[in-house]
Design a protein around this ligand. Structure first.
Ligand code: CA
Length: 175
């Protein structure tokens, strides 16, 4: 009996590590790496300020970690590093946590399909709009349009209301 129990333990431990390593290899096989540089805004890199963009460390406006993105200017926002080696007809999923402050404020998390020269392609823009005053995760799945060679994720406010701002954290773009 003791020996049977002993072998059950050995098999149990073996199965544990087998399943554990399978899980790891499956994750890698899916190639699900986040294509956004600095998607959690913890480091101050990867984002180009298009106006009114800042990294905030105000705990009231952070979803996770120590910083999030804040935009508080109309026609302002920020663009992430351009993603190269993209082809048309590929399915990607964009997601992120966002919220707004100010009555009627809207905040946009978007992505643009760009051609080889980095120019925007008509019909190649996909957006997620946040109007909630507490952080919510939203997701958008899209297919890259004809002529796509690059992608660019961006944050944007079209018009800013009085005391308005949009906040973003924990973004993700995966193929
Ligand atoms: Ca963060």
């Amino acid at each position: 009996m003791v020996s049977k129990f002993y072998w059950k333990c050995i098999v149990g431990v073996f199965m544990f590590f087998f399943v554990f390593s399978m899980d790891g290899s499956m994750y890698r096989a899916n190639g699900e790496s986040n294509l956004i540089i600095n998607p959690d805004f913890e480091k101050e890199v990867g984002w180009e300020d298009w106006g009114g963009f800042s990294y905030t460390s105000d705990f009231k406006h952070i979803y996770s970690g120590n910083k999030s993105a804040m935009i508080n200017k109309g026609e302002g926002g920020a663009g992430n590093a351009i993603i190269d080696n993209v082809t048309p007809g590929q399915i990607y999923t964009l997601s992120g946590f966002g919220k707004v402050s100010g009555q009627g404020q809207e905040g946009i998390l978007g992505i643009e399909c760009l051609d080889q020269e980095g120019k925007k392609i008509v019909g190649g823009k996909f957006t997620i709009t946040f109007t909630n005053d507490e952080y919510l995760e939203k997701t958008k799945t899209f297919t890259t349009v004809e002529g796509t060679a690059k992608l660019r994720v961006y944050l944007y406010i079209i018009t800013v209301v009085q005391d308005g701002a949009a906040y973003f954290d924990e973004l993700s773009l995966k193929k």
